[in-house]
Design a protein around this ligand. Structure first.
Ligand code: C2E
Ligand code: CA
Ligand code: CA
Length: 722
């Protein structure tokens, strides 16, 4: 087993091989003092360290302390002979070379010494040149021996390093023989595929390749007839023996291996060297990205792109079979209310639950996709009769009947479904989807929570809507918006005390349009905040003019959309307008709806609060028609309530308990009250007696252009009783 700890210190590998450059240590052993001196002098050289001793015992002590390259050893010593030293060296497996110096002339002594490990034998008395040669020879020998040893070591280390690199590689590394059988495979095979290395010895490479890719691999590496051996680079799936893990995908690179000396072309094919890198993770990531590109994150349903793909395919098949298919456009009713009221996370939760129920009502071959905020498309292939589609739509409506659980309680969601049939309503994916969309709008118009088949006459309305939206985008720049003003009259003061700005659009083709025809469109198309900004500024400018010409107490009411509180800087816009037109903030009232108060998002309340702190009045419009809960009144620091004209209308001749309740609430909370839609003198007395002094309605004036409104400010309002 190789571990990282085995990795040799790489710097070692970089050292150049230098033979014998280091100081050589020589030990001179002789009991004859003058002889020793002579030897020391003779041997002295800058790259040598020469030491001396005079006995066997002294020699062994010095050898125990360190090693030498060469020992010049006297045969006879006072405490024994040099042979004892030779024995000691061989016993301790020492590498010192020994040149024996001896006065013995017997050949036996020389042979004995050489046998027991001496490298040379010099007989005393010796000639200088003789000794020098022996020493030089011995030293050269030690040098060569040492460098051989070092070389061997380096080779070993280098081999260990390379083995380590190969064996611990995160890639699968292997070699094959010319027939494509494993000759080597690194241990990665075990972790990657669960094969034991031993099992693969002599096995064909194709035995670790998945079935789909086997043929390719056999052709490349196990084909004895294939003459040209070249490098290859390919992606393939391997066969895994490991349970619970899919077959890994690898990117494989191979190189042919050539040996020297071929019969003919100078290189002999020896087999293949290969490296396979596991790219399964990258593959999986690619698959996830592909999934995300074709699916909706929130519901994990197919998205528009994938739906389109499937629809194209289904159309082609259906066309061939001469069959029929249906496209359903499913839109959640009042979904915006959920989002506005409970917040986006609850909205998301609801969408997921709706998606689940829709999925469950559809059949296996059907495709359900989410294509927009609260819009789904369903593809129903294999439809024989329109009645079948009808039945499925009914099933969908039924499936949604049970309420959904949200954080705040239960919520009943309904949908409107538009149906387009191939081929009757269109032959292309685009046409079918668009017509299903148009039919869906028709279903909405006929009261929602239902379905509607496409009818070519619908097309016309839809196109109108689209072109109106386009016109509206340009309306502000083209100066087509106008404000009309409707007077608010004080019974006690017997004069006009305020006026409500009501928006009109002077459409070049359709004439003067009331806000009900285009405000919802503006809200849906995201155009409302630009419109609101224009309205606020225009109303403030008008009020400035009126105040400048003497109507110094006149107040102005402006309507805002709940959308204005969602994003954008409504507070900033209002503040800026007031400052720009040098108005007293208290002269402005902003009318908001009850539904806005339902949004418990702190930011809405924060904005209302900020407006109030800026000194601006905030009125709740159409009070009493919505979800009015007293709790909201406590939370929202509004300044007045506008009684909806529906209640005022009911007042006809008799008193109204609802208005009594509203005025009671207003008194309790210290709020102003304005009654809207006053059309008959008969209503005035009732309202007055209930404590409602400020009135607005056709009785006094319809909403009219500024100049007309202005002329009323000076008169005693015509509708008041004498
Ligand atoms: P609202 O705020 O409730 O405005 C009062 C509506 O009642 C006005 O309709 C007005 O013409 C009508 N009305 C007033 N007195 C009487 C009456 O005695 N009898 C009857 N039958 N109706 C009366 P209009 O001008 O068509 O406005 C409709 C709605 O459009 C307004 O309802 C308001 O919610 C919205 N709106 C108007 N201007 C704007 C605006 O600048 N921005 C926004 N976001 N909404 C606006
Ligand atoms: Ca209003
Ligand atoms: Ca109103």
């Amino acid at each position: 087993m190789v571990t990282p700890g085995d990795a040799p210190f790489l710097a070692n590998m970089a050292l150049p091989l230098e033979v014998g450059s280091r100081t050589q240590r020589i030990l001179v052993v002789d009991d004859d003092e003058p002889m020793r001196r002579t030897l020391l002098r003779l041997l002295a050289a800058p790259d040598r360290a020469v030491e001396e001793t005079d006995s066997v015992e002294g020699t062994l002590r010095m050898l125990a302390a360190q090693s030498y390259d060469l020992i010049l050893l006297d045969y006879r010593l006072p405490d024994g002979d040099g042979l004892a030293v030779l024995d000691w060296l061989s016993e301790h497996e020492r590498g010192e070379l020994v040149v024996m110096l001896s006065g013995e002339d017997a050949i036996d002594a020389a042979i004995g010494a050489l046998r027991r490990g001496a490298d040379d034998f010099v007989r005393k008395p010796y000639r200088l040149s003789q000794l020098n040669r022996a020493v030089d020879n011995a030293l050269l020998k030690t040098r060569l021996q040492r460098s051989n040893r070092e070389m061997g070591q380096r080779l070993q280390e280098s081999e260990r390093l390379h083995r380590y690199l190969v064996e611990s590689s995160p890639d699968l590394i292997f070699t094959l023989d010319p027939a494509g059988r494993f000759t080597y495979v690194n241990p990665r095979i075990e972790g990657l595929l669960g094969f034991a290395r031993a099992d693969l010895e002599g096995e064909a490479f194709s035995s670790i390749v998945s079935a789909e890719d086997t043929a390719r691999i056999v052709q490349l590496f196990e084909n004895p007839l294939q003459p040209a051996r070249t490098a290859h680079s390919l992606e393939l799936r391997l066969a895994s023996r490991k349970v619970g893990s899919g077959p890994p995908t690898v990117s494989l690179n191979t190189e042919p291996m050539y040996g020297r000396g071929d019969e003919r072309n100078g290189a002999r094919f020896m087999g293949t060297y290969g490296v396979a890198r596991d790219i399964s993770d990258r593959k999986r990531a690619e698959e996830i990205i592909a999934f995300q590109a074709y699916h909706d994150q929130l519901t994990r349903l197919p998205n528009r792109a994938l739906f389109r793909d499937r629809l194209d395919l289904a159309i082609a098949q259906t066309d061939r079979r001469k069959g029929s298919l249906a496209v359903l456009f499913i839109d959640v009713d009042r979904f915006k209310l959920v989002n506005d009221t409970y917040g986006h996370s609850q909205g998301d939760q609801l969408l997921r639950s709706i998606a689940n129920r829709l999925r469950q009502t559809l059949r296996r071959g059907d495709t359900l996709a989410r294509v927009g905020g609260d819009e789904f498309l369903a593809l129903l292939p294999d439809i024989t009769h329109p009645e079948d589609v009808q039945a499925i739509c009914q099933k969908i409506l039924d499936a949604l009947r049970a309420p959904f659980r949200l954080q705040h309680g239960e919520f009943s969601a309904t949908v409107s479904i538009g149906i387009a049939m191939f081929q009757k309503d269109g032959e292309s994916a685009d046409m079918l989807t668009q017509h299903a969309d148009i039919a869906m709008y028709q279903a909405k118009r006929s009261g929602k929570n239902g379905f509607c088949f496409f009818d070519s006459s619908l097309n016309h309305n839809y196109r109108e809507r689209i072109s109106l939206e386009n016109d509206l985008r340009k309306a502000i720049d083209r100066g087509e918006l106008e404000l009309f003003y409707q007077a608010q009259v004080s019974i006690a003061k017997r004069r006009v005390v305020g006026t409500e700005a009501l928006l009109r659009w002077r459409h070049p083709a359709h004439g003067l349009l009331g806000p009900d025809t285009f405000i919802p469109l503006a809200e849906e198309a995201g155009l409302i905040s630009g419109i609101s900004n224009w309205v606020i500024d225009a109303a403030c400018a008008q009020l400035r003019d009126w105040r400048d010409i003497g109507f110094s107490e006149l107040r102005m009411s402006v309507n805002l959309s709940p959308r204005d509180f969602e994003h954008g800087e409504i507070v900033e816009t209002v503040r800026r307008s007031i400052a720009h037109h040098r108005l007293d903030a208290a002269s402005l009232d902003l009318e908001i709806t009850e539904s806005l108060m339902m949004q418990d998002a702190g930011s809405v309340r924060g904005k209302v609060q900020a407006l109030r702190e800026a000194g601006v009045g905030v009125a709740i419009d159409d009070f009493g028609t919505g979800y009015s809960a007293l709790a909201y009144l406590q939370k929202f620091p509004v300044s007045s309530l506008k009684i909806d004209r529906g209640f005022v209308r009911d007042l006809n001749g008799k008193s109204s308990p609802i208005i009594a309740a509203i005025t009671g609430i207003a008194r309790g909370f210290g709020l102003q009250v304005v009654a809207e839609g006053v059309e008959h003198q008969g209503q005035i007395e009732h309202l007055r007696s209930l404590g409602c002094d400020t009135l607005q309605g056709y009785l006094f004036s319809k909403p009219v252009p500024a100049e007309e409104a202005e002329s009323l400010f000076l008169e005693i309002p015509s509708g008041l009783p004498a």
